[in-house]
Ligand binder design. Structure first.
Ligand code: NAP
Length: 295
């Protein structure tokens, strides 16, 4: 068996094209465009690359973007002041603070200061809590991107065994909760999980977000498993790789995502999706929240 490779790059392109149309319709009908503000603190090279990508995506679909670059020594008070100004600006529909933040900044206070209605990353405690009750204002972009990939390929999670490797607040935990709302039976594994393979072998759908290259090898999965690799790791030779032994596992899986070109482009597309959704809400064209099970 050789797995069908899920082309996240192509699916994300389709989503961007659909968003571009919605943006143009908004410009024609209402004379406005969605606006996304991105705050970047310091000069972390990986963060700079991510932010540049997000700004380029906005340009492609016609979303207005504003990049606010602040020095690494910026104070927490100044950062909060910037967020307050963006919260009050009606031209800004989405606010994203690029993580990680320098050690002297208290991340939670920053994320909690972003208006819930503009929290397009979905990291505000209110949005995180909404996942648990099954309502969402903004689903977090990476888990939402994974869900969209599965939908696109017609992979139903209802009643299936889903194993999520990685339990972070931004990927593993929210994804597990979102898939539970779709009636999957979900198991979450993490660093302290003993004998990871005894869980991964049970998976109909395996999602890996650990940040460990080569963590999943063919012996750890059943024939026919759907494998979604969220990991992004830079090898010493500069190549980017996921958490899955792609060449080995693809011989056994039914579907697999490549890295790069799988989940990464979907994360970026879902940020655009959340931003236009936010702008459409200000026009009363969308409900204030959605049932996760209906996404
Ligand atoms: P993170 O905050 O470091 O969390 C990693 C999670 O994996 C933790 O829950 C950790 O367990 C668990 N883990 C680590 N080693 C493990 C092992 N050997 N076996 C089982 N579990 C293990 O990372 P993250 O932000 O969630 O990101 C995870 C990966 O996804 C990274 O490679 C990151 O670059 C990538 N990522 C990709 C996208 C995308 O768009 N494709 C978006 C975000 C992140 P503990 O909780 O016990 O520490």
């Amino acid at each position: 068996m050789s797995a069908r490779i899920i082309d996240g790059k192509a699916i994300a392109k389709e989503i961007r094209a659909e968003i571009k149309q919605r943006v143009e319709q908004m410009a024609v009908r209402h004379g406005m465009r969605p606006g996304l503000a991105v705050i970047l603190v310091g000069k972390d090279p990986a963060s700079e690359v991510y932010v540049r990508g997000k700004i380029a995506d906005c340009k492609e679909v016609g979303i207005q973007s504003e990049l606010i670059e602040l020095p690494v020594e910026v104070t927490q008070a100044e950062l909060l002041r910037r967020i307050d100004a963006l919260n009050a600006d009606p031209a800004v529909h989405g606010i994203l603070v690029q993580l990680p933040l320098p050690g002297h900044i208290e991340m939670r206070s920053i994320l909690e200061r972003i208006s819930v209605e503009k929290d397009v990353d979905g990291f505000h405690l209110y949005n995180v809590g909404g996942l648990i009750t099954g309502d969402t204002i903004f689903p977090p972009c990476t888990p939402y991107g994974v869900q969209k990939l599965l939908d696109h390929e017609g992979i139903d999670v209802e009643g299936r065994n889903v194993v999520v490797v990685g339990a972070s607040n931004i990927v593993g935990k929210p994804l597990a909760v979102m898939l539970m709302q779709k009636d999957a039976t979900v198991c979450i594994c993490h660093k302290k999980t003993r004998d990871l393979a005894q869980f991964t072998i049970l998976a109909d759908i395996l999602v890996v977000a650990a940040g460990v290259p080569g963590l999943i090898v063919p012996q750890m999965i059943r024939t026919g498993t759907v494998v979604i690799d969220v990991g992004i790791n830079r090898l010493p030779d500069g190549r980017i790789t996921g958490d899955v032994d792609f060449e080995g596992v693809r011989q056994k899986a039914s579907y697999i995502t490549p890295v790069p070109g799988g989940v990464g482009p979907m994360t970026r597309a879902m940020l655009l999706h959340n931003t236009i959704l936010s702008a459409e809400r200000t026009l009363g064209e969308r409900p204030k929240s959605f049932k996760l099970s209906a996404l």
